[in-house]
Every structure is written in structure tokens, then in C-alpha cells.
Design a protein around this ligand. Structure first.
Ligand SMILES: Nc1nc2c(ncn2[C@@H]2O[C@H](COP(=O)(O)OP(=O)(O)OP(=O)(O)O)[C@@H](O)[C@H]2O)c(=O)[nH]1
Ligand SMILES: [Mg+2]
Length: 306
């Protein structure tokens, strides 16, 4: 890949984040298969995701001289925690980082539903711009969390030991599954307890056959970031052996398609209002879906003959 056109990528990401259903369908149908590694850091507000993402990106850039990493912070919750916007937490040291690292925060001014539905398109853009790796920061709730879980290879759950939440969450059976658990801010009290609780957790793994490791990390401990990075590599290596990539792509594509169709149903229901005659609602949906079908057919023909 040549010089990275940051402005063009930035614009393309904004556009994709705000894309309507028809445009997003177009993207989903046309997206070529791409080999980009997809990693998500998810966890409660203030658990240190941005700080960790920054340290991890730097570590992974240093580990592989040609690696290119695109970082997307989706719905950053700085409004709750006062946490920094991701860019502040990722120091860029020089020209090398400039061309191998791209960071973008996508705040909630982009429609929340759109962001969730268009996440696949955002990742595809990073791939199209030559990135090997997409690192996604997200607060693990709602629709965006579902999308992240469907669309990334490795889900890292970042846990704040201060809260004691992990013990509560596990007792309540609402602990999210992940491929890797990181008790972050391990310099703070409570980390040992959180690690013990996680190690004793029951339940099925996110992906059958992979036993998720429980790690610790803290921002002043470079070795902890390296261990996390190596654990990510181990998971990616395991996946490439154990998981059918073709099947994964098919599933992701189906997920994105369904999410977009559901969005259209919801949007029509909202614009027409709750008192709309059911027949009218069904008529407009039929027209919407007909136009999507035309779009898909036309594109299929262009692809076959053009
Ligand atoms: N003690 C300690 N504090 C940390 C560590 N990592 C991050 N923090 C602090 O935790 C706070 C939140 O860090 P962020 O990286 O912004 O956390 P976040 O999860 O991205 O936050 P949101 O995006 O707002 O959800 C900041 O004040 C950090 O300085 C750590 O390893 N140890
Ligand atoms: Mg953050």
C-alpha cells in the first residue's frame, strides 16, 4: 500500500457511518472478501479501553514492521466517565506511525442504529485502505454490541477491578462471553479477586473449542500489554485453523443483511406512525423491499456482464 490518504479514509468512514439502508445494502452485497483481522475491546465505561487500545496498537505496530492498524472507537462514552477521546491516548511517535496507524472516533452524533448496522462497512473500508488489523473500542451494550460480536474475530472483555462488578455480574449470570478476559488497571486493589472470579466462571465459551484466557493489564506495565498482544495472536492463529472462514463470511453477510432489513421495517413503522393502517404499512414495506430486490438484481447483472 502506498501513502495513506487519511482525509479520504476519514470522509469515507463518515459517509459509511451515516449511510442509509439502500447504500449500506449496496456495500454489503459488493464487499469483497478481505483478510483483515478484527479485534474488539469491549467493556464498561471507564474500564480503560482507550488507554489499552493505544498501548496495544503501539505494541502491535512495533511487533510487526509492516503491520497497519485501523482503530475505531465506536460510541465513546466520555460523556459518562470523562475518559479521553481515543486519539489523546494513542501517542503517534513519528512518520512511521502516521502511515501505519489510523484512529477514528465515531461518536453518537452518528445515528446509533446506523453505526451498528454499518459497522461491517466501516471495517471493510479499513481493509480496502490496506489495513491488516481493525481494532474496535466499544461499550458492550445494545445493538452495537451485537454487531461487534457478530462481525469481529476476537472479543476482548476489559474489566475494571475497582467496581467489583465482575463478581456481581457472574453471580447474576449476565457476564458477557468473550475470547479473552482482561482485568485491567491491575495496579489497583480488587484485581486479584476479579481474576479469581473469572477463572472460576462456568458456562460455555464464546466459540466452542477455545478456552478464553484470563489476563491482567495495566498502563504502566509494558510486559502486560505484550502478553495481551501475544494472546490475541494465539487466538487468531487458533481461529485460522479451527474456524471455517468461508462460513464465517457467509454468516456475517447474512447478519448485516438482516440488520439492514430490520432497520427498514423499523424506519417505515416510525415514519408512518403507530396509528397507520396495517395495509398501508405493508404496502410501503412491499415497495421498499421491491426496490431493494431490484437493486440486488441490477447489481448482480452488472457483476455478471459488466
Ligand atoms: N490506575 C489505572 N488507571 C488507568 C489504567 N488505564 C486507564 N486508567 C485510567 O482510567 C480512566 C479511563 O480510561 P479510558 O482509557 O478513557 O477508559 P475507557 O474505557 O476508554 O473509557 P470510555 O471510553 O469513556 O468508556 C482514565 O482516567 C485513565 O487514566 C491503568 O492501567 N491503571
Ligand atoms: Mg474510551
Amino acid at each position: 500500500m502506498g501513502e495513506l490518504n487519511r482525509r479520504a479514509l476519514g470522509r469515507a468512514l463518515s459517509r459509511a457511518a451515516d449511510a442509509g439502508v439502500a447504500e449500506a445494502l449496496h456495500t454489503v452485497i459488493h464487499a469483497p472478501e478481505d483478510p483483515i483481522r478484527r479485534i474488539a475491546l469491549t467493556g464498561a465505561p471507564g474500564s480503560g479501553k482507550s488507554t489499552l487500545a493505544g498501548a496495544l496498537a503501539r505494541e502491535r505496530l512495533a511487533a510487526e514492521a509492516t503491520r497497519r492498524i485501523g482503530v475505531l472507537a465506536i460510541d465513546p462514552t466520555s460523556r459518562y466517565s470523562g475518559g479521553a477521546v481515543l486519539g489523546d491516548r494513542i501517542r503517534m511517535d513519528g512518520d512511521d506511525d502516521q502511515s501505519r496507524l489510523f484512529i477514528r472516533s465515531l461518536a453518537s452524533r452518528h445515528t446509533a442504529e446506523g453505526l451498528a448496522d454499518n459497522l461491517g462497512a466501516l471495517i471493510a473500508l479499513l481493509a480496502a485502505y490496506g489495513f491488516d488489523e481493525a481494532l474496535i473500542e466499544t461499550v458492550g451494550v445494545g445493538q452495537i454490541d451485537c454487531a461487534v460480536r457478530e462481525l469481529v474475530d476476537t472479543v476482548v472483555l476489559v474489566i475494571n477491578p475497582e467496581s467489583g462488578d465482575v463478581v456481581q455480574a457472574m453471580k447474576a449470570g449476565v457476564m458477557e462471553t468473550a475470547d479473552l478476559y482482561v482485568v485491567n488497571k491491575a495496579d489497583l486493589p480488587g484485581a486479584d479477586r476479579a481474576v479469581a472470579a473469572l477463572n472460576g466462571r462456568g458456562g460455555a465459551p464464546r466459540t466452542p473449542g477455545w478456552e478464553p484466557p484470563v489476563l491482567t493489564a495495566s498502563m504502566d506495565d509494558a510486559a502486560s500489554v505484550r502478553r495481551l498482544s501475544e494472546a490475541l495472536d494465539a487466538h487468531q492463529a487458533w481461529r485460522s485453523e479451527a474456524v471455517d472462514q468461508h462460513e464465517t463470511r457467509r454468516r456475517r453477510r447474512a447478519y448485516m443483511l438482516l440488520a439492514l432489513l430490520q432497520r427498514q421495517v423499523q424506519r417505515r413503522a416510525e415514519t408512518l406512525g403507530p396509528t397507520t393502517d396495517p395495509a398501508a404499512l405493508l404496502e410501503s414495506l412491499a415497495a421498499d423491499f421491491r426496490s431493494f430486490a431490484d437493486l440486488v438484481r441490477d447489481q448482480g447483472e452488472t457483476r455478471d456482464h459488466g
